[in-house]
Design a protein around this ligand. Structure first.
Ligand SMILES: [Zn+2]
Length: 150
């Protein structure tokens, strides 16, 4: 048995006002778990993206999040849960005037290839392949190799 207090986890506010990674503190082996608080206007991810090998579930505890997909926008919460399968593009945003509190779960733990729906300015390809590390986000075009640092 492992137990953590969300209050005591370190905040990693790169994308959202509050993002706390619970995966490592809990020693999760097969899934990823993150806690979020979004201020008005913030996003869970910073862009429309998909993980090719991972399904993602968002449980909105407080507030209402708007999940944008290429086809439609979906309002979720409070106390609603949404699931995106591998390969489904989405970006969850807080378009309300209130804060959003949510849990994000991903399985398996590894995201696999992550694609950002960000057309290539060089060749027009539909997406870039995303890599995230301490220095930021790197987007690489799968067709022409054009690299965009963000
Ligand atoms: Zn390209």
């Amino acid at each position: 048995m492992e137990k953590v207090s969300i209050d005591e986890l370190d905040n990693d506010p790169r994308v959202a006002d509050v993002q706390k990674h619970a995966t490592e503190p809990l020693g999760l082996s097969d899934m990823a778990l993150n806690y979020y608080e979004l201020a008005p206007g913030e996003s869970f991810s910073g862009g429309m993206h998909t993980h090719m090998d991972q399904e993602e579930v968002f449980y909105v505890m407080d507030g209402t999040a708007t999940f944008q997909t290429p086809d439609e926008d979906y309002e979720v919460g409070p106390d609603e849960v949404v699931r995106f399968g591998p390969g489904e593009y989405q970006e969850g945003r807080n378009e309300s005037d209130d804060r959003v509190r949510a849990l994000a779960l991903g399985a398996p733990k590894g995201m696999g290839e992550t694609r950002a729906k960000f057309p290539c300015a060089e060749c027009g390809a539909d997406y870039h392949v995303t890599e995230v590390d301490e220095s930021g986000v790197t987007l690489t075009c799968p067709d022409c190799g054009n690299v965009v640092e963000m």
